[in-house]
Design a protein around this ligand. Sequence first.
Ligand code: DQA
Length: 151
Amino acid sequence: MLAHNRIAVISGVNLDQLGRRDPAIYGDLDYDRLTQRIGEFAKELELSTQFFQTNFEGELVEYLHRVHDIADAVVINPGAWTHYSYAIRDALEIADLPAVEVHLSDVMNREEFRRSSVIADVCIATVSGKGADGYREALTTLRDHLANTAA
Ligand code: DQA
């Protein structure tokens, strides 16, 4: 078991509305079932998770200011903030933890504005278009990264 295995799984704006959003794009899990699934993936990988979702940008910034004290790595799906929030990008840089960006949908093959991510450069990887399974990939990437960087 890794000594540093605490993963903060962060969801941004509108992700609490999964279940009401188009299932053809976002899948049919609502937010609670998605977090349950991610928790199961994490258990298989011997990682511990804590979940945070907010629709308030400043609340996410403040969570990122304190995440270093409670987690060893971050999985983040910022929702639409991905595409324009320099405040969240800077807060993630301040957090100074390995982070993987996840999108349920295939953002590269949707509207033009979804193709750009202002947080990608402060993440070690991006996973998109794989639905809930994308979170398993993100957790695996972080587990390997934490194992390789363990002192
Ligand atoms: C999303 C993609 C974003 O473009 C969108 O604004 C979301 C969800 C995804 O998980 O596919 O809210 O991050």
